[in-house]
Design a protein around this ligand. Sequence first.
Ligand code: SAH
Ligand code: SF4
Length: 475
Amino acid sequence: MTDKSFDNNEILSEQKKYAERVRTLLLSKAAFLERKPMVYITTFGCQQNEADSERLLGQAVFMGYEKTDAPENADLIIYNTCAVREHAELRALSRTGQLKALKKQNPELIIGLWGCMVSQDHRMNDVKISYPYVDFVAGTNMLHRLCEIVCDVMESKRRRYYVTDEQALTVEGVPVVRSDEFKAYVSIMYGCNNFCTYCVVPHVRGRERSREKDAILAEIRELVDSGYREITLLGQNVNSYKASDGTGFCEILQDICKIDGDFIVRFMTSHPKDASNELIDIIAQNKKIARHFHLPVQSGSSRILSLMNRKYTAEHYLALAKRIKEKVPDISLTTDIIVGFPGETEEDFEKTLEMVKAVGYDSIYSFIFSPRKGTPAAGMEDPVSYEEKTERMARLLALQTDISEANNKKLVGKVVCGICESKEKNAAGYLVARCSDNKIVFFENDEKENIYYGKNVNIKITRATPAQLYGQIVK
Ligand code: SAH
Ligand code: SF4
């Protein structure tokens, strides 16, 4: 559902006024500092967070900050945090701890924690109590309000907490500074309604909201016109996109493919329950859509899938994966797997191994279950030890390494096409290209200059390892 009950332009002009107030304050500071004020942003977690950080940077630049990669030079530091697993939270908290020294050196420094981790009450309280040098905390639903928040902190000279249960608005036209010159993220929907029992995302990102079709198409047209070659549509459940006029994911994907220009479109992440036959046909018929389908399975055991509230069985998933491969033979399938969900038996785990073998994924992202506060799975009985889970994970990874290697070896001798992603050769002398199926190929370049950056390259594969392909350019 979309929310039309707000005036988009009014919100933008309000934020513009806050930005002007910050700009005035920064100008007086700049004279004192004898340099431009700087912003440093670090992103933890998924592509959605990366995309959000591009909007945070856009707003910071709009206020008059310049981007820096050196936190010690910054006047505004924002950590855009993740809450999906405990490890990501602990990393963000430990990095936040290191900011204490910077704040001591520069008491004018503004430090903000943003996003998923601090959208949880208990984490916000941790920050309130244990990290007194953090100036503001803001939830995911505040994405369009950075100017207001920074203005508030500067003018009040007090700590501010912008964390509410309010549903986020899908505000269009928020300034953006993209991190890449030819690859762009385009969020098309936000939030999640699925409530998988292990997952914190619906709790920290709220219910599903989709952007309007025209705004999405206009953004992509502009990107393609200005030279972007790869558009990645983002959403926690990208394929449950539904605009207020009824446009669904299949329709928007087809409309995007009709845009003139030499580009490819990727999308992630898809929920298997919404991967329809129509969607598979559209991928098959349309070369502008990347030959890559990331389809998280989570487990190969229907019993565990039911405890996870995934809304499909292992049999259904396998049939779906087979259908995709049959209709789009050159597609690369990848997945997410959780190892050691509460109560996962050896037999359940073996079913996951069987699934991995039967599908033959090109790569997998696997995670040991991490209990998330407030989710049902965190309260489920979990008799399997961490050591046992680690051992299962090692078995899974060993199996996947063999499968990835076998899949990659099939490409030796073939010519693949990719877009060159590197500006310079790496330490071993290679440039890197990413193919439509999302595989990375390292290739040699005998030209003096790198003339390939952002361009299509045809590469003959000469060597394959489980994770890498190597080849020579075919002119
Ligand atoms: N919306 C996407 C991504 C969700 S988070 C989806 O539905 O697939 C990315 C991945 O993190 C998930 O697919 C899952 O494999 C993993 N994950 C989520 N919560 C987790 C938890 N509590 N412990 C371990 N892994 C988790
Ligand atoms: Fe989390 Fe499940 Fe929603 Fe994905 S579909 S974000 S795993 S609740």
